[in-house]
Ligand binder design. Structure first.
Ligand code: CP
Ligand code: NVA
Length: 304
C-alpha cells in the first residue's frame, strides 16, 4: 500500500473524506457504547509538537490508546530537533521506528519536507498555513447536527489565518459556499482563494457575511506565533466579534463553531460561545473520533 499523508484536505479525495467522517461517526457510537475496538494493536504514533496544544495532543494520544496502540510525545525542548538536527534526518529516523507521525509546527514547508522523507504516514496537526484535522472535526459536527453540508452557506468571520485557509479547502472538498469577512490586510491565502473562487465571497462586513448562513465560524485574532501583534490586532479586529447581532443574521438554526482555545469578549462574545447555537464542545470531542478514523484509514486503508 502506498504511503498516504494528510497535510491538507486535498490529500484525500472528497469520497475518501466522506468515508472517514462516516467512520468517525461509527467510532463515536462504538466508544459511547463502551465497546473495545483495537485494530492498531502494537502500532506507535510519534507526535512532534513545536507549538502548544491541549486538544490535538489529548485527542491523538487518547485515540491511539483506544485503538490499541501507543504514542510518543516529542517537543523541541527535549529532542535534537530543538538543537538544529535537520527535519529530513529526524523524519528518516522517526519513521524507521514508528508507524505513523503527527506534526504541529510553524512553517508548512517543514511538514512537507518531513513527509517527503518519511516512510510512514504523516498527519499535519496544524501549521501557520492550515489545520486540516480541525476541519474533519468541524465537518463531522455540522453533519451530526444539521446533515449534509453540501450546498450550505458557511460564514468565516475574523482572521484569514490557518483555520480560514482550511475552510477554503473544505469549501472545495465538501462543496459548500463560503463567505469570508476579514479586515483589510488579513486576507487568507491568495492561491486557495483562487482555487475556491466559484464557492467563495470575500467581504468586509461580518453582518453581510453571516446573512442566512447555516454555520458561523471564527478563531482567535492572534494565532500562535503572532502574540506580539495582539494589541494591534485587537484594534484591527474590533468590529469582527461574533456576537448575538451577527448570529441574528444567520438562519435561526445556524450553529456556531470555534476550534478553541477561545477568548470570550474578543473574537466571540460569551453569550454566543456559551449559548444555545454553540456546538464547540461537540466539535472539540469530535477531534478524537475524526482522527481515530483518519489514523485507521491511513494505516489500514481498504481494510478499515
Ligand atoms: N483546536 C486545537 O487544535 O486545539 P489545541 O491547540 O489545544 O490542540
Ligand atoms: N489559529 C489558531 C488555531 C489554534 C488551534 C493558532 O494557530 O494559534
Amino acid at each position: 500500500m502506498k504511503t498516504r499523508h494528510f497535510l491538507s484536505l486535498f490529500d484525500l479525495a472528497p469520497a475518501e473524506l466522506k468515508r472517514v467522517l462516516r467512520r468517525a461517526a461509527e467510532l463515536k457510537a462504538l466508544h459511547r457504547r463502551g465497546e473495545r475496538y483495537t485494530p492498531l494493536l502494537q502500532k506507535v504514533l510519534g507526535m512532534v509538537f513545536e507549538k502548544a496544544s491541549t486538544r490535538t495532543r489529548i485527542s491523538f494520544e487518547a485515540g491511539m490508546a483506544q485503538l490499541g496502540g501507543s504514542s510518543i510525545f516529542l517537543s523541541p525542548r527535549d529532542t535534537q530537533l530543538g538543537r538544529g538536527e535537520p527535519i529530513e534526518d529526524t523524519a528518516r529516523v522517526l519513521s524507521s521506528m514508528v508507524d505513523i507521525v503527527m506534526i504541529r509546527t510553524f512553517e508548512h514547508s517543514k511538514v512537507e519536507r518531513f513527509a517527503a522523507c518519511s516512510k510512514v504516514p504523516v498527519i499535519n496537526g496544524l501549521t501557520d498555513f492550515n489545520h486540516p484535522c480541525q476541519l474533519l472535526a468541524d465537518m463531522q459536527t455540522f453533519i451530526e447536527h444539521r446533515g449534509d453540508i453540501r450546498g450550505r452557506t458557511v460564514a468565516w468571520i475574523g482572521d484569514g489565518n490557518n483555520m480560514c485557509n482550511s475552510y477554503l479547502a473544505a469549501a472545495c472538498q465538501f462543496d459548500f459556499q463560503l463567505r469570508i469577512a476579514v479586515p483589510p490586510g488579513y486576507e487568507p491565502d491568495t492561491s486557495l482563494l483562487k482555487q475556491a473562487t466559484d464557492r467563495t465571497v470575500l467581504l468586509r462586513d461580518p453582518l453581510a457575511a453571516a446573512r442566512n448562513a447555516d454555520l458561523i465560524a471564527t478563531d482567535v485574532w492572534a494565532s500562535m506565533g503572532k502574540e506580539e501583534e495582539q494589541q494591534q490586532r485587537m484594534r484591527d479586529f474590533a468590529a469582527y466579534q461574533v456576537d448575538i447581532q451577527v448570529m441574528a443574521q444567520a438562519k435561526p438554526d445556524a450553529i456556531f463553531l470555534h476550534c478553541l482555545p477561545a477568548h470570550r469578549g474578543e473574537e466571540v462574545s460569551a453569550e454566543v460561545i456559551d449559548g444555545p447555537q454553540s456546538r464547540v464542545w461537540d466539535e472539540a470531542e469530535n477531534r478524537l473520533h475524526a482522527q481515530k478514523a483518519l489514523m485507521e484509514f491511513l494505516l489500514l486503508g481498504e481494510a478499515s
